[in-house]
Design a protein around this ligand. Structure first.
Ligand code: NAD
Length: 734
């Protein structure tokens, strides 16, 4: 059956498919030698090649023509985009098919498999010549070729990231990979979703060679000639179609270790790696054809599942963020940031400086305390030279990086950078004093930013000569691990400054979200009600353990009580006071937090907070009877709670606050709420984000869930936005 008539009906409309096909000429075929065909994939309308149905149709048509020839020695499949081979299947099409019936999804897998299998059964040698990113469906296409050559380009990577959107490779990836690289390597690649380097691909036999990008085509043609002569590829075709050679003992051992590793990592919240594992292990003894069939049959189990939908949402949140300049207008001049200064060499200053140096932006760092400055510079160097293998700083690398970290006490030197980020103590008068001395020395086009976590940017800007060039760039702690950066727009911050800050944050590998000015900005404003509620619940009779477990069962990376200890009780108390002052009707001034603070239990940093850290492994707290004693002094009730009621008590105030943030226009798009929470506090991606989670419940159901808590306090009153949505059946996402 010609594939042309198979993929297109799967498009939302046939007309759309035809239109796409007419508009595209994505595959082109050339013949550098009479018996060698080179098929080049280059989508003129996209930065990255993706395997959309029209591209698959084109591939099928090209193969039809090539297979009709009996004089071809080989086919090279390459990309016309340097550094970008094929980024994967077209995820937008996946969204369009998300509600398709199971049989159609299975059929879609079969069609892809049949198309790619033609590459492993053609009468000529097929070679994937890969320069750049080769992922997902692209990796499967390459996998069905007889041979793969990768370039040494630093952009070249090979992998199956499907589990990151709740899927697994469905075009033969689970069947063919273990037959080429061995079951153990395949299990690791497919269930982790992590890409491998060209060197690793070569070491495991996935790549035949690794060459310079300029030598790629010649190497592929040379390989075709030698394979054609030796016929080695024909033996491999037979071997890779057969069952895998592995003993039952090895299979059992691999299954047990891999499944317990996956369970530990996913905590049961991400099913697709386990499904992929079962398929690979279960089909080790079958031929590749049966393995493909099992892969296709099981695919509807994951495709369209709630986790798949949520993770696709997260993917598109990120995709949108990558393209977002941070401002509405198109034409805005972005200031290139080539040098950065950081004022304050404390915890945050060190992390911020290191984030720059790691991305090759030299950083000048200063502090009023000489000891703090010396310690800060040394910690920055330790961080940027950290070597995973020796689990510590690499002296040689530290020496190499040293010129990029400039510890300075000269204000002129600090002021000379394109961007100066202030990260001194959280006190308005101290920060404003710093700006008063600094701003007159800065270049008129340079940007000044604050890393403040609570003080409004507009307040900080009072007294500045150029408030339009002042912005909040709020990193999260620890900077090394936390991808989110809030870009806070003060009343007078210009579009150019916002766009420059957004571009800068992306350049150092962060995920920027532009938010309005105000107490707690976005993330802390939503986090505080949740954390506060966890303490109220403890005072009302829930145990710390119950609260922690309920939050973790919801999917949070750590419980809220542990988070208090990590953040520091003093810091949390201060942030809580700011929020209480701003919103006294709904942010309770926690008596329990005050009592802990009064007892000097500041959290991990003081050795004891809600948990004790004496004699425990780094960061691991143990229950402390002293905490129970303090809780007793704050106890207001002796209620009992289910895990679900605890979850609702903690997450509904967060949701209500999110609707207020949206109502107040503090985010430019509601989707920024979800992005901010996922990347700022680790809100569970498998729930798609706070608003996506609320959509799965439905606004009416959320209003009903709030009902039993009305007696707890006005903080559980539904907002107008929620009531309107409940009445109209509205959703946060279309
Ligand atoms: P920190 O106490 O670890 O470091 C502050 C440093 O600033 C100290 O080394 C101090 O000597 C120095 N300093 C004080 N006055 C100075 C001045 N006039 N000039 C130069 N240096 C001066 O504090 P931190 O945790 O790094 O916080 C810094 C800023 O970042 C604060 O505004 C804080 O609200 C914000 N922030 C903190 C976190 C966090 O979790 N720690 C997270 C996000 C934002």
């Amino acid at each position: 059956m010609p594939v042309l008539r198979c993929f297109l009906p799967l498009l939302p409309t046939y007309a759309e498919g035809r239109a796409l096909m007419a508009a595209s000429s994505i595959l082109s075929c050339s013949f550098p030698e009479t018996d060698i065909a080179v098929l080049t994939i280059n989508d003129p309308d996209k930065g990255a090649n993706v395997l959309s149905p029209p591209v698959l149709e084109e591939l099928a048509a090209q193969l039809d023509q090539l297979e009709a020839r009996d004089d071809l020695a080989g086919l090279v499949i390459c990309s016309g985009k340097p550094g970008n081979y094929i980024a994967g299947a077209d995820l937008r099409q996946f969204v369009a098919w998300i509600d398709a019936p199971a049989e159609q999804i299975t059929e879609f897998c079969r069609l892809g498999q049949q198309l790619f299998q033609r590459l492993a059964a053609s009468r000529f040698v097929t070679v994937a010549a890969i320069d750049g990113v080769c992922l997902g469906g692209g990796a499967e296409l390459a996998l069905w070729c007889d041979r793969r050559i990768l370039t040494s380009n630093s952009k070249t990577q090979y992998g199956f990231p499907e589990v990151k959107v709740g899927l697994y490779p469905g075009w033969g990836g689970t069947a063919r990979t273990p037959r080429i690289v061995g079951l153990s390597n395949a299990v690791e690649m497919i269930t982790s979703g992590e890409s491998i380097s060209p060197a690793d691909a070569y070491a495991m036999g996935l790549a035949t060679d690794v060459v310079e990008p300029e030598a790629l085509e010649a190497a592929a043609i040379g390989l075709i000639r030698s394979e054609h002569q030796s016929g080695a590829y024909l033996k491999d075709r037979e071997r890779w179609a057969a069952p895998i050679e592995i003993s039952d003992t090895e299979l059992g051992f691999l299954g047990a270790t891999a499944s317990s590793f996956i369970q530990g990592k996913t905590k049961g919240n991400y099913p697709s790696p386990l499904v992929a594992l079962e398929i690979m292990l279960g089909c080790a003894g079958t031929d590749v054809q049966a393995a493909c069939e099992a892969e296709a049959e099981q695919f509807p189990q994951v495709f369209g599942s709630p986790v798949n939908r949520s993770l696709l949402n997260v993917f598109f949140l990120q995709d949108r963020n990558k393209k977002d300049t941070g401002v509405a207008q198109d034409e805005v001049a972005v200031a290139p940031i080539k040098s950065v200064s950081v004022i304050g060499a404390g915890v945050m200053g060190q992390g911020i400086a290191a984030a720059n140096v790691r991305r090759k932006i030299p950083a000048t760092i200063t502090d009023t305390s000489r000891e703090a400055l010396a310690a800060g510079v040394s910690k920055v160097l330790d961080e940027v030279s950290y070597n995973r293998e020796i689990k510590g700083p690499d002296v040689k690398k530290a020496v190499e990086m040293a010129p990029a970290v400039n510890g300075s006490t000269s204000l002129e030197e600090v002021a000379a950078s394109d961007l100066v980020i202030e990260a001194v103590v959280e006190r308005l008068e101290v920060k404003q004093q710093v700006y008063a001395g600094l701003e007159p020395l800065m270049r008129p086009d340079a940007i000044l930013a604050s890393n403040t976590s609570t003080i409004p940017i507009t307040t900080l800007a009072e007294g500045l000569a150029r408030p339009e060039q002042f912005v909040g760039i709020h990193f999260f702690n620890p900077v090394r691990k936390m991808p989110l950066v809030e870009i806070i727009r003060g009343q007078q911050t210009s579009d150019a400054t916002i766009a420059s800050a957004v571009a800068y944050a992306k350049a150092i590998g962060k995920t920027p979200v532009v938010v309005g000015d105000g107490p707690g900005f976005l993330v802390n404003r939503l986090l505080l009600p949740y954390m506060n509620e966890s303490l109220e619940l403890v005072c009302e009779g829930a145990s710390i353990r119950e609260v922690e477990q309920a939050a973790k069962a919801f999917g949070m990376p750590m419980g809220p009580i542990t988070l208090f200890d990590v953040v520091g009780i003093d810091v949390a108390l201060f942030a809580g006071a700011v929020m209480h002052e701003a919103f006294p009707e709904r942010i309770v001034a926690s008596r329990l937090l005050q009592a802990m603070h009064a007892e000097g239990r500041l959290g991990q940093k003081s050795g004891a907070g809600f948990f004790s850290y004496q004699g425990t492994k780094k960061g691991r707290g143990k229950p402390d009877p002293e905490t129970d004693r303090i809780i007793e002094t704050c106890r207001t009730a002796t209620g009992s709670f289910t895990a679900e009621s605890l979850q609702m008590r903690m997450f509904l105030p967060m949701l209500l606050e999110a609707t207020r943030v949206i109502e107040a226009g503090l985010v430019r798009d509601p989707r920024d709420v979800d992005l901010g929470l996922i990347f700022g506090i680790g809100f569970p991606p498998f729930k798609g984000g706070l608003l996506a989670w609320a959509d799965t419940l439905g606004a009416e159901q959320v209003v009903a869930a709030l009902e039993p808590f009305q007696e707890v306090g006005p903080r559980y009153q539904p907002t107008q936005m929620l009531l309107d949505m409940a009445q109209q059946g509205g959703k946060f996402y279309d």
